[in-house]
Structures are given as structure tokens and as C-alpha cells.
Ligand binder design. Structure first.
Ligand code: C5P
Length: 222
């Protein structure tokens, strides 16, 4: 099977407090986004990578990878889900992956595992187990209840789905005003139960300044 990978990269990364969006910050000899793209490019079943960038993005076109024959740039949207939906309009493969621009430490084996599981089950995401004890707050700064930790997972990316199903689920969920922070949420809302594929916990999303040093450390080990 062939896949298209969508990389939402239209965020401004306000929590990083940097001079540029976090996906363009330097990391291990290139940039966050280029590290992310190289892992996807290394997989021969990914026919094309569609990168959704912000309207006035002056950064993407400066990357050497912007000229790569398997990479296409499209315009992103207001929220992450709008960016993904825009990119989905250009997808012509039966299977699609969505992977955050800000997750540069993906391992090839995890990518291959979620691609295989998605194809087999119709939908799958990389996820990692929760290690801390989890509490639900009461909204006033105190604990309401503890939440059983063995049932909880961190949702990571890539997330892999049948293209037509994801397109329909995302469009409907967006139109209904559902809050969607990953593609699986839209699929769940549409009645599907995507598979959880246990992936490496070092597949972090660059969010805070210190995450860059962590990512650098993890990338040395790949
Ligand atoms: O902000 P957050 O870290 O959750 O963003 C996750 C990913 O979604 C990032 O790669 C970011 O660039 C992307 N994004 C996007 N379009 C938006 C907002 C975020 O493509 N409107």
C-alpha cells in the first residue's frame, strides 16, 4: 500500500517564546521540521509528504527540503484540524498519516508499526503509557477523583487512517464545532475506535524551550 503523510506545520508555537515558529528552530545540524521530514522520507511506502504552513510563512521556502520531489506545501488553517483538512484535499492515496511538525524524534520502527496497524485496523495512532498517577481536578484547585492509570495513554503522532474516512470525520466534526486536537478525536466522534500502538516515549512534541535540548539528546541515539 502507498501512503501520504500530512505534516501540520502552521502553528506559531507561542509557548516557545522564540523568534520564529518552533518547527524552524535549529536542531542537530538542521531544523526541527527537517528532522521530522527526514524520518518520513526514509520510508519508501510514503509516496508524498504534504506540509501545511501558515499564510505568511517565510521560513519553509528557505529549507533545502522545500524543493524535494516528494514534498508538497499547502496553506494551513486557523486550527490544527483546519490545516489537516486543507492538506487532505490534496491526498490521492488510500491511506494517510498525520504527523506533527514538532515531533522530530520519531523512530523508523514506530512509523512502520503505526502504518501497518492503521492499514490492518482501519485506523491507529502511536501512543505511550501514562507513568504518573492521574487526578481529575474539581475546577477549584483540589482533587475530585483519581483516574485509573492503567487505562490512560498519551496520544502521539503519527496517526494513520483511511483517507476518505478521515476526511469525512474531520469535516463533520469541524462543522459541528467539536474540539479536535488530534485526528483520532474526530474519528472517535464519528464512531470509530482507532487502535493504540504502543510507541516510544521519546517521540516528544517540542513545546517548551527545554524540549529542544531533550530532542537533541534523543536524536543522538537514533
Ligand atoms: O500547538 P501544538 O504543539 O499542539 O501544534 C501541533 C502541530 O500542529 C504543530 O506541528 C503545529 O505547527 C501544527 N498546527 C497547524 N496549524 C495550526 C496550529 C498548529 O498546522 N493552526
Amino acid at each position: 500500500a502507498t501512503y501520504t503523510a500530512i505534516v501540520p506545520a502552521a502553528g506559531i508555537g507561542s509557548r516557545m517564546a522564540a523568534d520564529r515558529p518552533k518547527q524552524y528552530l535549529p536542531l542537530a545540524g538542521s531544523t526541527v521540521l527537517e528532522q521530522t521530514l527526514s524520518c518520513l522520507l526514509a520510508n519508501p511506502a510514503i509516496a508524498r509528504i504534504i506540509v501545511a504552513t501558515a499564510l505568511h510563512d517565510d521560513w519553509f521556502c528557505q529549507l533545502p527540503l522545500a524543493q524535494h520531489p516528494r514534498i508538497l506545501q499547502v496553506q494551513g488553517g486557523r486550527e490544527r484540524a483546519d490545516s489537516v483538512l486543507n492538506a487532505l484535499l490534496q491526498v490521492n492515496t488510500e491511506w494517510v498519516l498525520v504527523h506533527d511538525a514538532a515531533r522530530p524524534c520519531l523512530h523508523r520502527a514506530d512509523l512502520a508499526a503505526v502504518m501497518a496497524a492503521g492499514l490492518q485496523a482501519g485506523g491507529a495512532i502511536l501512543a505511550s503509557r501514562v507513568r504518573d498517577t492521574m487526578k481529575r481536578g474539581d475546577g477549584q484547585g483540589a482533587i475530585a477523583t483519581s483516574v485509573a492509570r492503567d487505562e490512560l495513554w498519551h496520544a502521539l503522532t503519527p496517526q494513520c487512517f483511511a483517507t476518505a474516512t478521515l476526511r469525512q470525520a474531520l469535516a463533520k466534526a469541524l462543522a459541528a464545532g467539536v474540539i479536535i486536537t488530534d485526528e483520532a478525536s474526530a474519528m472517535e466522534w464519528a464512531g470509530f475506535n482507532p487502535k493504540l500502538v504502543e510507541g516510544r516515549a521519546d517521540n516528544i512534541k517540542i513545546t517548551r524551550p527545554e524540549d529542544l535540548a531533550l530532542a537533541q539528546f534523543f536524536l543522538q541515539k537514533i
